[in-house]
Design a protein around this ligand. Sequence first.
Ligand SMILES: Cc1cc2nc3c(=O)[nH]c(=O)nc-3n(C[C@H](O)[C@H](O)[C@H](O)COP(=O)(O)OP(=O)(O)OC[C@H]3O[C@@H](n4cnc5c(N)ncnc54)[C@H](O)[C@@H]3O)c2cc1C
Length: 409
Amino acid sequence: MKHVIIGNGIAGVCAAEAIRKLDATADITLIGDETFPPYSRPMISHVLDGSQPHGKLPIRSEHFYDEQKITPLLGRRAGGIDVANRQVLLADDARIDFDRLLIASGADPRPLKAEGLDHKNIFYMRTQDHAKQLVAALDGARRAVVLGGGLVGFKAAYGLLKRGLAVTMLITSGYPLSMQVDETAGHMILDELIRHGLTVEVGVSVCAFEGNGSVQAAVTDAGTRLPCDMVIIGKGVLPCRTLIPRGQIEVDLGVIVDEHLQTSAPGIFAAGDVAEMVDIARVCPWVNALWPEAACQGRVAGLNMAGRPVAYPGSLSRNVMRVFDLDVLTVGNANPRKDSGCRVLQAGGAAQGYYRRLVLRDDVLVGAVMINRIEQGGVLRSLIENRMPIRLPPERLMTPGFNFGQLLL
Ligand SMILES: Cc1cc2nc3c(=O)[nH]c(=O)nc-3n(C[C@H](O)[C@H](O)[C@H](O)COP(=O)(O)OP(=O)(O)OC[C@H]3O[C@@H](n4cnc5c(N)ncnc54)[C@H](O)[C@@H]3O)c2cc1C
């Protein structure tokens, strides 16, 4: 059986390992346009904030491909898929035959449209190369501008503050991480960042950069000029789906997959940041561009490709972060629409030094946010994942020391 995987990230790697576990003789080819062995993208933020060295990025040894008997085609880009002839078309015109194909091409940073983007020291933060360039640019930099308050923008601002830079963050929503947390939690996080020196401008966009080769200022659409030595653009990501032949493989925001992570084309699978599937908490198709999701989806796709049918229950947003003195945990849909019919319970807040928010649809927990006292986050996540009905008054779950064993009685 000839397996081809497009994408050398965590989804592609976990798929290759799963195939190899089930089939010692399968032919596995891994195509990746980056030239390095697999590495951790989340770790890039720790390299930026100085808590980890660059050498900690790799997640597999340099002998990984030999050990797993994988043929790596690194530094090669897949340009298209010939579904009828079961071939991947590489950008250099080579064609690779497949019996089973996995699309694990991940996501690209959402591009910014602004004048002067070609000045030096304006970065996206996605790849190992970006990490190297960012750390090099810190030398002598005093002021930075971060565009976007999503996961990457937030981590960029946090890292630069920890490095001692004066950071201005431009966000369109009123607080960072607005996809992950509600307003109360968002403002607790924002206040913590401001307490450590962050300047925030809300509701403005950058329309141009000025400089003399290197960036010296970001100019906003409100006409403000923000002097800076470096800029990080963190305005979200978009699934890498340009290679997907439209009309032959169904695509929405991401590549649509069924419960076996198979696309609309038989024998072609998708996993990770590029894939769209039902979200357990939202109960609708969603792209959850997250590391543990990509790893699990890769593994499950690999098992299915190797012939063991395994259903994937759906994706789920989850994250644990430390923001200076705050521990933050988010799971599921913590910010349902007002007309969703969900019930929201909240306790604590900035004055109490902790916060807990639970979101229920009927008697099932669908979202949780915790700031400090996050020890029970794992149980909450498991309740959400397993859609376990809460047969007690849900207010009782709000007590930080609640004994979850009572739910099983
Ligand atoms: C700075 C940063 C911090 C993050 N922090 C967190 C976090 O705290 N928690 C969390 O859960 N997630 C976090 N993430 C997100 C997480 O890293 C991603 O969800 C995960 O890496 C996705 O894995 P993937 O394998 O789907 O895609 P990727 O890691 O993007 O890998 C896809 C690979 O495919 C390659 N590729 C794309 N197109 C082609 C093509 N046509 N031909 C050949 N190769 C191609 C890409 O270059 C890439 O190497 C963070 C991401 C970043 C950048």
